[in-house]
Design a protein around this ligand. Structure first.
Ligand code: DAH
Length: 358
């Protein structure tokens, strides 16, 4: 029996040496020391041992049990330690590695340009006025002195929209921000009248009107079917062309530098009289002629003029008492000049490689 006990111990210790993990160790324990394990089943043969040998066998059995339990405990500790070491190594952080940069969003280049425009005009007392993208033909054209069937409409190919029930007249996506002029004037006049003010006491208007415009045009590097405009409108008593020129000089020098020169060329718009197109001296060559200005020394940046008496009247202002100026510009064009961007299609095609540069 003692022989068997010694053998059992030898085998068990050898098996313990092969145990390679905590799960296998548990298995080893129940096979060796468990209630149905090898030691227990060997001890069940105790009955056949002669009575005088029993104390010695019992003592030997206890020693084997103690040895195996101690061996088990030692093995368990070393396996647990190894497991922990491995886990620490697996999850180790190399603090010398460079950090991963967090993705940071940024403002769209047009948002940045719009904010610069608002800020420049805000300093001159202009407020931002927003007007609808979907317009009536009446506001987009007729009230702005484009007569029905007038060829000037061909300057702006329109996207027409199915008229909602109850609307009279054609509905279209605005082709410019100018219809906002009439909405704004009518709103101010209606409020003034509600406050009991007379035709001679109307408050002045000084606003910029930003917004998307839509034209059914061939898409090219220079023209999109969807683009921004910023309109400006000032209405009051004794407003003259000199006020318009001063305002635009201030604006252009704020955005493009204090040394900029402006040139006013006579032009035609139905809603202004007189009308002008405004050029600034080329920001690249300062007027000596280069590819950007097509060797003219000048870059066209906006259209403007004195508000046509018919438009003032349509807005509710008596043109014998009030006058005003208006202007309209394309923020995409301004951004393209500022950053030397060659293709207007980049702005609204959502290519991150473009947008991330601003
Ligand atoms: N509405 C014109 C266009 O889309 C731009 C413009 C020109 C607006 C002259 C104005 C202006 O207010 O006075 O081409």
């Amino acid at each position: 029996m003692i022989e068997k006990l010694n053998l059992l111990q030898q085998h068990a210790l050898a098996a313990l040496g092969d145990v390679d993990g905590l799960a296998a160790l548990d298995e080893w324990r129940s096979q060796t020391l468990g209630r149905k394990g090898e030691l227990s089943s060997l001890m069940r043969g105790m009955g056949k041992v002669p009575a005088e040998e029993r104390p010695a066998v019992g003592q030997a059995a206890n020693e084997v049990k103690a040895t195996l339990e101690a061996a088990y405990e030692t093995r368990r500790l070393s396996l647990a330690e190894a497991a922990q070491r491995e886990a620490l190594q697996r999850d180790a952080v190399d603090v010398t590695l460079p950090g991963r940069a967090a993705e940071v969003g940024r403002l769209h280049p047009e948002t940045q340009t719009l904010r610069e425009i608002y800020a420049a005009f805000a300093d001159l007392g202009f407020q931002v006025y927003r007007s609808r993208d979907v317009e009536l033909d009446e506001y987009n054209f007729q009230l702005l002195n484009f007569p029905l069937h007038h060829p000037a409409r061909d300057m702006q190919d329109s996207f027409y929209v199915a008229s909602p029930e109850g609307t009279e007249g054609d509905v279209l996506l605005r082709t410019h921000t100018s219809p906002g002029q009439v909405h704004a004037m009518r709103e101010v006049v209606a409020q003034a009248k509600a406050d009991g003010l007379g035709d001679n006491e109307l408050p002045p208007v000084r606003i910029v009107l930003p917004g998307m415009c839509y034209r059914n045009e061939q898409i090219t590097a220079r023209s999109e079917i969807q683009f921004l405009q910023v309109e400006g409108l000032a209405v009051g008593k004794k407003i003259t062309m000199a006020d318009l020129k001063g305002t635009l000089h201030y604006f252009v020098r704020r955005l493009f530098g204090p040394q900029r020169k402006l040139r006013f060329r006579t032009s035609y718009f139905p809603f202004t009289e007189p009308s002008a197109e405004v050029d600034m001296d080329c920001i690249l060559c300062e007027g000596s002629g280069c590819r950007l200005c097509k060797y003219t020394g000048w870059l066209e940046i906006l259209g403007c003029g004195m508000v046509h008496p018919t438009v003032l009247r349509n807005g509710g202002y008596d043109p014998d008492i009030y006058s005003g100026f208006a202007f309209g510009m394309g923020p995409e064009r301004i951004t393209m000049l500022k950053y030397g961007i060659q293709d207007i299609r980049y702005f609204w095609s959502n290519d991150l490689r473009f947008l991330e540069q601003f």
